[in-house]
Design a binder for this molecule. Structure first.
Ligand code: NAD
Ligand code: LMR
Length: 340
């Protein structure tokens, strides 16, 4: 390494790739709810993304400026700022390219995601109002539950402000995809990163529809009972974590991993990379449900193309049929709240 020029030596020492920066844009990412169980590890992972030059952390928790100082000592390009409380929200959101929202309360055992609606609805509404004012072109990625209702709320708020672009508002369902790939990897005895599996619908119970018939590689299960058990496990995986944490919250670390993956894909799309595909819950005309999750191509303006969901087998058609009324109900709850 003594023969390397100084810059290359530093890059090598830091484990950085030798990439060209000429075509690379600089992006500002905001994590709203940055001091929580998801927010802190999510911010840690996003700080490691070389496409991010500004990382703004927003939360109502007093520790937030400290979390920002802590992360700011990491030797990666993003400059980190901390913003605490509503009076500092505008500064956090100002000119953001991407706003990721994990702000809000999580489930305890015995609760459904819908039980979080009353507390979390106004949090997401206020975030969306600030985004409309301070970063109307930002891509908004909503982690806060219930996702099925929060995306319609944010969309209505942006619509009222006259800045709504359906291609820029995503409900984060990546954790469902991550879980499905993990469980299939275990069953097939392969590295889960090599598994491609669409999960469509929404992000709660029966609305989570893993399309196991489309898994690549094919799931090594021939028995329909086992396919159904795997489907149920993916649908109930969030509850599996809630029960295991026994009152200490819901998935945070796996969610941070999934949220960082989705954020990274959004940024790659914004940066002009082609063929960036992720599932997310977006405005949709594929089914009766006006919001729906399925594979999307992400590009320079958010969702570039909706890839639909392909061919479903009879079992999956039944799952879709069961999901639609629940999605319609969740969407209406969100829209009614936003209209109040
Ligand atoms: P947490 O309680 O650990 O953290 C939430 C954070 O939000 C806290 O730091 C809190 O101070 C902050 N907050 C609360 N009100 C705020 C406001 N008005 N403005 C800014 N910040 C505010 O909870 P968590 O485990 O990080 O979960 C957060 C949310 O993510 C929950 O609603 C949970 O259900 C959801 N979640 C979604 C998925 C998914 O797949 N989409 C997965 C896991 C969790
Ligand atoms: C999850 O799927 O883990 C999250 O939606 C959190 C929860 O409440 O299950």
């Amino acid at each position: 390494s003594r023969a390397l020029k100084p810059v290359a030596a530093v890059a090598a020492q830091n484990g950085a790739k030798n990439f060209s920066t000429s075509s690379q844009r600089n992006f500002k990412v905001v994590v709203a709810g940055a001091s929580g169980g998801i927010g802190q590890p999510l911010a840690l992972l996003i700080k490691q993304n070389p496409l991010v030059t500004r990382l703004a952390l927003y939360d109502i928790a007093p520790v937030t400026p400290g979390v920002a100082v802590d992360l700011s000592h990491m030797d990666t390009p993003a400059a980190v700022t901390g913003h605490k409380g509503p009076e500092e929200l505008s500064a956090a959101i100002k000119d953001a390219d991407v706003v990721v929202i994990p702000a809000g309360v999580p489930r305890k055992p015995g609760m459904t995601r819908d039980d979080l609606f009353n507390t979390n609805a106004s949090i997401v509404r206020d975030m969306a109002a600030s985004i409309a004012k301070n970063a109307p072109k930002a891509i908004v990625a909503i982690i806060t539950n219930p996702v099925n209702s929060m995306v319609p709320i944010a969309s209505e708020v942006l619509k009222k402000a006259g800045v709504y672009d359906p291609n820029r508002v995503l409900g984060v369902t990546t954790l469902d995809v991550v879980r499905a790939a993990t469980f299939i990897g275990e069953i097939n005895g392969v590295d889960p990163r090599t598994v491609q599996i669409p999960v469509i619908g929404g992000h709660s119970g029966v609305t989570i529809i893993p399309l196991l018939s489309q898994s690549q590689p094919a799931v090594k299960l021939t028995d329909q009972g086992k396919i159904e058990a795997l489907t149920k496990r993916i649908q109930e995986a969030g509850t599996e974590v809630v029960k295991a944490k026994a009152g200490g919250g819901s998935a945070t670390l796996s969610m941070a991993h999934a949220g960082a993956r989705l954020t990274g894909s959004v940024l790659r799309g914004l940066n002009g990379e082609s063929n960036v595909i992720e599932c997310a819950y977006v405005k949709s005309s594929l089914t009766e449900a006006t919001y729906f999750a399925n594979p999307l191509v992400l590009g320079k303006n958010g969702v570039e193309k909706n890839l639909g969901y392909g061919k479903l087998n009879a079992y999956e058609q039944g799952l879709l049929k069961a999901a639609i009324p629940e999605l319609l109900k969740n969407i209406k709850t969100g829209e009614d709240f936003a209209k109040k």
